[in-house]
Design a protein around this ligand. Structure first.
Ligand code: GLY
Length: 262
């Protein structure tokens, strides 16, 4: 399947819980409003549907404040779901909670067997490789144990270092097409994208880096007009979405869906 790293027939999301007010964050800038978050989330889901993807929205799971960030619990590749081991103590149970839905929806489910940890937010996939950024949430043991699974699915695994003050590897990078990455200058300075064409986010617009390409559209968080303009000029169809509440709990566009084809 060509361009399977950004061409998707389906997406899976989870409604923000009321408990999202307790979501993890590195810096407290106030709690998100669960109601406003659900409104922004509904717009996000509608925007994904507008790309032609079939989007299922799972009910809120009040046990897990961060469960709206469904991407951290699993990795979907070629119709298979790999159930991950999220690295924050309050989030580890999200993977088992999601597993029955993955079993129902996906062609197959593979459990990452590891003593380590991997968050989906630390995984950036292109058509041929799975890049895993080590972070406070993803350790080398977890990343190495993911290797044989992705290798069986036809991908090369590449383990990278995420700079210390960045939560997730994809907090500051995203795939724009099979050859092109959007990244902050700081993350790309590490050399991790030397095999790709890189478009940098504009100065002061680091939050733009957590974009998602879904079919013909690149989704970008609002408040990043110069990056949006640069992508538009580079020929991408850009749609801007509000992520004000997700940002308060260190989440962004990629974390709020699992995107896949079955
Ligand atoms: N609040 C998102 C996370 O820290 O995982």
């Amino acid at each position: 399947m060509a361009n399977h790293s950004f061409t998707f027939t389906h997406a899976l999301c989870r409604t923000p819980s009321n408990s999202v007010t307790d979501g993890l964050r590195a810096e407290d800038q106030g709690d998100p409003s669960a109601d406003v978050f659900r409104s922004e989330h509904a717009s996000y889901v509608a925007a994904l549907r507008a790309t032609g993807a079939e989007v299922e929205v799972l009910p809120a799971d009040e046990r897990f404040p961060d469960s709206v960030f469904i991407e951290d619990a699993a990795l979907c590749l070629k119709g298979q779901a790999i159930v991950l081991r999220p690295g924050a103590e309050t989030r580890l149970g999200e993977a088992a909670a999601l597993r029955p839905d993955l079993t129902r929806i996906m062609t197959g489910v593979i459990d990452l067997q590891t003593e380590g940890f991997v968050d989906g937010g630390d995984i950036l996939c292109s058509d041929h490789e799975v890049m895993v950024g080590l972070s406070a949430r993803t350790d080398r043991t977890g990343a190495e144990d993911l290797g044989p699974i992705v290798s069986d699915l036809g991908y090369k695994l590449r383990i990278l270092e995420t700079p210390a003050d960045i939560l997730h590897f994809k907090t500051e990078s995203s795939l724009l097409d099979a050859e092109t990455i959007l990244a902050t200058p700081k993350l790309s300075a590490s050399g991790c994208f030397d095999d790709y064409r890189v478009i940098h986010t504009a100065e002061g617009e680091d939050l733009a880096a957590n974009a998602i390409r879904v079919n013909d559209t690149v989704f970008l968080s609002s408040g990043n007009p110069r990056t949006a303009d640069a992508l538009d000029k580079a020929g991408y169809k850009v749609v801007v979405l509000d992520t004000t509440q997700a940002t308060l709990v260190d989440g962004g566009l990629s974390c709020m869906s699992l995107r896949f084809s079955i």
